[in-house]
Write a protein that binds this ligand. Structure first.
Ligand code: SF4
Length: 704
């Protein structure tokens, strides 16, 4: 590999949605030292263990460096021309025989916004299918749906600064200490702030909180609805705000009255003490500056949208939104879940936060000058793989993600990909559980090898920067997609003729501003026409950003993105999990995450220091359950659900409730052949968002 002169770059960490700025220095070849960027607004110089270890994951170990095709003798190297022609030819053949919806793209919050934009344009504007979905579906699509219903668009009102300004912080299904460590570090130093953690597990965030509500799984809606009822009953609502800026108050009030909203009844249903419940409600009632964070523990549920709505309702009723230190705040898992949402990376969104209504379709098609436009939303992740399994979708292109490990009901994903006519996988790693299923493997550029942008949880767009020459034959994802588009139809050449990611970004920014007279909040009009130099020197920028500048906090003027400008109070119903425990499967299994690994460990497993914290998947089980079942600490146990089973070492701990089990999701066939969590997870989804219920699957457990 050619040596590279020492070079220092400001770039962005590729892991979680905090989006920390990184100063990386190449010190020869691929040796890299990494520091936090003090000038980045997200982290102000801090990095967590994963970000700090980036240099140790930058080697070429395990990389896919050339295109390969599956043959009778295994995977054989091939040329880019042959691989790209094969993808284009087969996609065309399937589309011409079965129509555009017979192909699908399953992409990733690891992709950069430019990659996402390219695949979305190809599918929705040129092929004519909206079958583009992303692993962000598994992460925060319930929050997206809740934002759209309550605010009129997928908008995150707050900023990280609000977490420091708040006098009360509520972590709802959010173990920030492990999953968003730098965000957590930011507030640790803040004195006099009360912290409440709502979580069925005693996480590190819960242990450090002033109050931990260790609720029964999937009772969050009941808890937040109860808070709304108490705000109303104790006349602690903001009547002016409700009158001027919301609608649906009477309907919400009537719906809340259908349930017994006494403290005793709510506490009983949630499995916590009435005194703790009252302490939380009192704190929320009396603290103007309150931020409620919600993340995977809230979203990964068949009631994920309702959980988000119930939490947002409490903020709307008390006017705790759009003000310093006051916001409901969805925190994304992926580094670019937000950027993906912005360009239409979800199957139910068109582009630039637009839906599939006729007016939006016409705007996007006019901007793209495209031959077609997808007429309706496409298949969401679980439905997409089910359509692959049943043969409705005959070709799938998977980019930068490992659904064999990360999707629920992993055995069914295996069946789907085994039966699919064409599986294309573009990724950086040569051997993953998903890459092994490919017919065509395309080597993609990794972090540090490509240029692009990401958007973090507080709407800040940051640059990821290329620091080195491309190893082997790897290419950036947007360029691979553009090549396939041009080979599919030469008439599409002009639409996919970008000379660099700056041109893709400028086009995306232009679309957000195109025919946007202020009714669409996602507006990057101030960044349209960005040339290469301006793109290269782009500093972190929060959207909306128009010629007048950037908007710091959304809804400060009480105007929301609904047609009448009012936020909607929508009454969520507490229904509990989709699949309730049964005598055969009496436990509730939670698919969890650990502090130092990221997703399916393809990168983090490369850094020795990241394998030290927790080096194998452990089953967390309560001491009472363990004793009753003869399961001993550090001994093997077998967990079974209706979908799969795993053999795991037990960790007997009261960090989980009696009747609950918890297993981390990161380990793959390569690292723990019998310890994969998500192959046991039920594929039940939230009916509105399509987000799977990773946090609850009926299960049984016994000593092995
Ligand atoms: Fe990277 Fe997230 Fe850690 Fe920041 S908090 S360094 S973005 S993993």
């Amino acid at each position: 590999f050619e040596s590279t002169p020492p070079v220092t770059m400001k770039t962005t960490c590729p892991y979680c949605g905090v989006g920390c700025g990184v100063k990386a220095e190449l010190t020869g070849g691929r040796r890299m030292s990494v520091k936090g960027d003090e000038t980045h607004p997200a982290n102000q110089g801090r990095l967590c263990s994963k970000g700090t270890a980036l240099g140790n994951t930058f080697g070429l170990e395990g990389r896919l460096l050339e295109p390969k095709m599956r043959t009778a003798n295994g995977f054989e190297p091939t040329s880019w021309d042959e691989a790209l022609d094969a993808v284009a030819h087969k996609f065309n053949a399937i589309i011409s025989e079965h129509g555009p919806d017979a192909v699908a793209f399953y992409v990733s919050g690891q992709l950069l916004t430019e990659d996402y934009y390219a695949v979305n344009k190809l599918a929705k504007g040129y092929i004519g299918t909206a079958n583009v979905d992303t692993n962000s579906r598994l992460c925060m699509s319930s929050a997206v749906a809740a934002h759209k219903q309550a605010f009129g668009a997928d908008l995150v009102p707050g900023t990280y600064e609000d977490l420091e300004l708040a006098d009360l912080l509520v972590f709802s299904g959010h173990n920030a200490a492990w999953t968003h460590p730098v965000l957590y570090r930011r507030i640790e130093a803040r004195e006099g702030q009360m912290r409440v953690c709502i979580d069925p597990k005693r996480t590190d965030t819960a242990k450090a909180a002033d109050l931990h509500l260790m609720i029964r799984p999937q009772t969050d809606v009941r808890l937040w609805n109860g808070l709304c009822a108490h705000l109303i009953a104790r006349n602690a609502v903001d009547h002016d705000f409700i009158d001027q800026h919301t609608e649906g108050y009477s309907r919400l009030m009537a719906a809340l009255c259908e349930d017994d909203q006494s403290l005793d009844a709510i506490a009983h249903d949630c499995g916590i003490s009435p005194a703790d419940l009252k302490a939380f409600y009192d704190a929320f009632l009396h603290t103007e500056k309150t931020v409620s964070l919600f993340s995977m523990g809230s979203n990964q549920s068949s009631q994920g949208v309702h959980k988000g709505l119930a939490l947002i309702n409490a903020h709307l009723l008390s006017g705790k939104v759009g003000k310093p230190g006051a916001a409901p705040f969805s925190i994304t898992g992926q580094p670019n879940a937000m950027g993906g949402r912005e360009v239409g990376g979800l199957a139910n969104m068109l582009a630039a936060h637009m839906d599939f209504d006729d007016a939006s379709k016409a705007i996007v098609q006019r901007y793209w000058q495209s031959p077609t436009i997808a007429p309706k939303p496409g298949l969401k992740a679980v439905d997409m793989f089910e359509a692959v399994r049943t043969g409705k979708v005959k070709a799938i292109w998977i980019m930068a993600t490992n659904p064999m490990v990360s999707m629920p009901d992993g055995n069914r994903i295996h069946e789907a990909l085994s039966n699919c006519e064409l599986v294309v996988v573009s990724d950086v790693i040569a051997r993953t559980d998903t890459m092994d299923m490919a017919h065509i493997q395309l080597p993609a550029a990794a972090w540090g090898e490509k240029d692009g942008t990401v958007t973090n949880s507080e709407r800040v767009i940051s640059r990821q920067r290329r620091m080195t020459t491309l190893p082997g034959q790897v290419r950036p994802d947007w360029a691979i997609i553009a090549e396939v588009a041009r080979r599919m139809n030469s008439a599409w050449d002009k639409a996919f003729s970008w000379k660099g990611p700056h041109e893709v970004f400028a086009e995306h920014a232009g679309l957000t501003a195109f025919e946007n007279t202020g009714q669409r909040f996602l507006n990057l009009g101030g960044l349209t026409g960005l040339n290469r130099d301006a793109y290269d020197t782009l500093t972190p920028t929060r959207w909306p950003v128009t010629a007048a500048g950037s908007t710091h906090r959304l809804f400060a003027d009480g105007r929301f993105a609904t047609p009448n400008g009012r936020a909607r109070l929508i009454a969520p119903k507490p229904t509990g999990p989709a699949n309730k425990p049964t005598p055969e499967f009496p436990f509730s299994l939670n698919s969890a995450r650990v502090r130092d690994h990221w997703h399916t460990m393809t990168r983090t497993a490369l850094a020795p220091e990241l394998n030290r914290h927790i080096n194998e998947p452990l089953l967390d089980i309560h001491p009472t359950d363990a004793k009753r079942l003869g399961i001993r600490d550090s001994r093997l146990s077998i967990v079974t659900t209706a979908f799969g089973e795993a053999i795991l070492k037990a960790r007997v701990t009261d960090d989980v409730r009696e009747g609950n089990l918890s297993v981390p999701m990161h380990w793959t066939r390569q690292f723990a052949p019998f310890g994969r969590a998500n192959q046991m997870v039920n594929p039940a989804v939230d009916p509105m968002s399509g987000q799977p219920e990773f946090k609850h699957t009926p299960a049984r457990v016994s000593a092995y």
